[in-house]
Ligand binder design. Sequence first.
Ligand SMILES: Nc1ncnc2c1ncn2[C@@H]1O[C@H](COP(=O)(O)OP(=O)(O)OP(=O)(O)O)[C@@H](O)[C@H]1O
Ligand SMILES: [Mg+2]
Length: 389
Amino acid sequence: MDIALRQISKSYDGRPVLENLDLDVAAGEFHVLLGPSGGGKTTMVSVIAGLTKADIGSVLIGGRDVSLLPPGRRKVGLVFQDYALFPHLDVFDNIAYGLRVRKLREAKIAQKLKYYLEKTGLEKEKHTFPHQLSGGQKQRVALLRTLVTEPEVLLLDEPMSSLDVLTREQISAELVNIHRKTELTTIYVTHNQAEAFSLGDRISVLHNGKIEQIETPEELFYHPKTEFVARFVGINNILKAKVAATNRYEAVMEINNEGLSQAFMLRAKNYPVFKKGEEINLCLHPEKIDLSKKNEARDNGGNRICGKIAERTNHGNVFKVTIDIGGLALHAVIPKSLFNFQVYEDVWVDFAPDALHPLCGRRCREPEFSRKCHNISSPELVGVCRTDA
Ligand SMILES: Nc1ncnc2c1ncn2[C@@H]1O[C@H](COP(=O)(O)OP(=O)(O)OP(=O)(O)O)[C@@H](O)[C@H]1O
Ligand SMILES: [Mg+2]
């Protein structure tokens, strides 16, 4: 069943939480709603489930306007972040609850639950009470309690935010499996971008009550349209650029962020199409930056600027490195095996022209992951000025 929101608005005490919101989730889609805390995610799923009434706008499920139906008649399954299990009921009775409300016969309930409990490895825990379960087990019970009622659409509101990474990965895999088998239209709410990228067929980014961008994970990561989306998906290098020159393939950009001691030039792939004199924000993916020693001569046909390592933090198999390039902090993610530098060491910062993307939704024709740096040098291109120390 597809889900459609049309011009949904909701305010609390005169303060808008959702504003003229439109969303189309296709039948069978696994849609992730991504956004910061307080952005209106829970309000949005509550409006779909019928637990919260929108001020204006309509909710359609399978083409049918359900805006005036009570929650019980919408065939929507909703799983909350805090599980919301009944503390006085054991696992079996918690899961059976929705079926008993629907007056299913006990023999049928027992048969149904046997199947689901075996499938999820919860058979042994069926007479256990919620306070005796781990977070992961509680989340599985909450999910099962919803799935046994065979909803037409499934809404999951930050279902894994209180679980450890390993349990999250296990339950994620189970969710993907369930989704593949049932093809249940799902909206999954999270503020965790890694979770969004691993689970979503498409991702909506909700910010201040509006959807800023709806995209496949690949497109969202490589072509964020706004600074908020870029930073939220982890691209924290935003360069303020002015187009100084262009040829068919590349543009020369003058970078002049606030705080820079001196403007400098970079080469960017000529996204269709940069105009000379145009001012544009460019994002630079931290993982597309290479570092090398100051005494290493290298001309890779790309961009090379001089910087000083300001900070390094440990993230498992990578370091997150902050490099000071003349007053501007540039962030890089460097595999540990390639990092042989000291904090405060002067380094070369290298990246290809196609590592820079305009923040305006312009697309290259080829998908990003298949694209190589073209390394085109053209007589029309003005020389790239490098900030030598
Ligand atoms: N019942 C309510 N009464 C008044 N204000 C509310 C109510 N429910 C939500 N809000 C406010 O609406 C805004 C959005 O809340 P919502 O719970 O939808 O955000 P969220 O994106 O789910 O946040 P989180 O990631 O922290 O769960 C918040 O500022 C919140 O304080
Ligand atoms: Mg919430």
